[in-house]
Design a protein around this ligand. Sequence first.
Ligand code: ZN
Length: 415
Amino acid sequence: MISWPTPFRPAVPGTGHPVQVFDSATGAVRAITPGPTARMYVCGITPYDATHMGHAATYVTFDVLGRALRDAGHDVEYVQNITDVDDPLLERANRDGIDWEDLAAEEIALFREDMTALAVIPPDHYVGVVESIEPVGAAVRALLERGAAYSVDTPDSDGDDLYLDISTDAGFGAVSNWTREQMLAVFADRGGDPDRAGKRDRLDPLLWRAARDGEPSWAVDGLPQGRPGWHIECTAIALDHLGMSFDVQGGGTDLVFPHHEMSATQAVVLTDQRPFARTYTHQAMVGLHGEKMSKSKGNLVLVSKLRADGVDPMAIRLALLGQHYRTDWSWTDAVLEQAQARLDTWRAALSVNSAPDSAQAVEAIRARVADDLDTPGALAAVDAWAKQTLTRGGADGTSAGVLARALDAILGVRV
Ligand code: ZN
């Protein structure tokens, strides 16, 4: 699928530091140790509603990670999926009386615009499920052939739904390290069906949904007419484009279980290798005025709405970078106002003819970002330089330009 335009990334003198991030699977901050090319997979949107601030936080966080890896001298091979056929999309399309494909196309277009406005570097492979039915179906078929999948009687279809038998992976649970009780507590709320009759284990995830009346479905050799389950799509797309043991699997903390757990287990069972990803990194949740931001509550802050209201996308990006990715936080008007004020101050400081040396500030951006994506720390270093520039001035005619390039290349902030 077409992604969006790649923003220009200016050259910055020097090189960044080796990058470390928090790995949910081991519960520790760990160095990412890629070869020349770092391989990263970040779970994409289900395109049934516009990009809200939680999505934006996730994609900006992993954009900064990709930029930090590039600054440290790596190439980055980045894959992102789009869940462009799934229950929530079909339900929304039905509710609104529109074609599910039209709804997906509309929301994907809006997402592209939001990402472009926020200066997010696009994935190298932007892959929809609808265009991946064959490889996803092949993965399901391989699981059946390995005896790791089974069918469950499905009276309302000509075929039967297919499930993964999680007992076929002795290491199941290695991504979340959750107890069975913790897993069962969220499974139903996050797309699972613990009470479906005929399953071997209540936690077994759906691999393939047999065709129902009025639902889209595809014919794949060896499978009932149907469509992919959610987790197997990411397993198949990641294996197709990155292979096993890629460097970073990313997404929101709400994907730790079941989505990342199941995606990893399926890959392990398919390949007899582990790990699926070497590091699992998760963006904390973004609320609104202290409440959880969710579609059901109708309190989503949408990037497109802010843009339409004339908010500078760079102020939105700065508001996101002002929070650490591992801490839940709430969007408020004050957060945006502070980010806009910061942007204005930086712009004033960076447009002077002579300024203090900026090498220390550039080094601080690099050091802070490489250290578990401490973007608030990086911003504070720029604040200090801007304050010094505006209060005491300096004699260097090129330092502001160098810092502006570093902000653009490493933090994705265009001033
Ligand atoms: Zn995924």
